[in-house]
Ligand binder design. Structure first.
Ligand code: MG
Length: 170
């Protein structure tokens, strides 16, 4: 195999979805957290870690851009070490690998699909959290929210889904 030159730019896409259930003790839902921000909501994500679908999608976008193993391979959900894990740990590991490979964030675009809760003023807080962890300016981080128009499980409020697209530059 010929030695490949590291490309100047690398693009990555990440996707994550978590089922939403009533909070414990009524159900197995964890407190609703998205991008490191807690929302007051009667339902929360079911997951092995803290269930932060936004941080999971961004983590996978960065790992994907680098051609590294995805979040499920790095942090298997049957590993008791990551039970209830703060998802910032996953994101920070992706950023560590990004910096080690000699890349930084060019820009990040995130779409949250969720019927409730509304992102509202938390949107800017999430962008700030992302910029802090990704070591970049907030103006290259974009987060937007959409509903699923009451269609299918996401539209019925039974799940939250997140897409993330990131561009890395050397
Ligand atoms: Mg996840």
């Amino acid at each position: 195999m010929p030695e490949t030159v590291k490309p100047d730019y690398r693009i990555g896409h990440g996707f994550d979805l978590h089922r939403l259930e009533p909070l414990a003790p009524e159900g197995e839902g964890r407190p609703f957290v998205l991008g490191g921000v807690h929302f007051d909501h009667p339902l929360g994500p079911v997951g092995h870690s803290d269930g932060d679908a936004l941080f999971h999608a961004v983590t996978d976008a960065i790992l994907g851009a680098l051609g590294e193993p995805d979040i499920g391979r790095l942090f298997p959900d049957d590993d008791p070490a990551h039970e209830s894990e703060d998802s910032r740990v996953f994101l920070d590991e992706a950023v560590r690998r990004m910096q080690q490979a000699g890349y930084g964030i060019s820009n990040l675009d995130v779409t949250v699909i969720c019927e409730k809760p509304k992102l509202g003023s938390a949107r800017e807080q999430i962008e700030g959290n992302l910029a802090e962890h990704l070591r970049c300016a907030t103006d290259v981080v974009n987060v937007k929210g959409k509903t699923h128009e009451q269609v299918d499980a996401i539209g019925q409020g039974k799940a939250v889904a997140v897409h993330a697209v990131v561009l890395l530059k050397r």
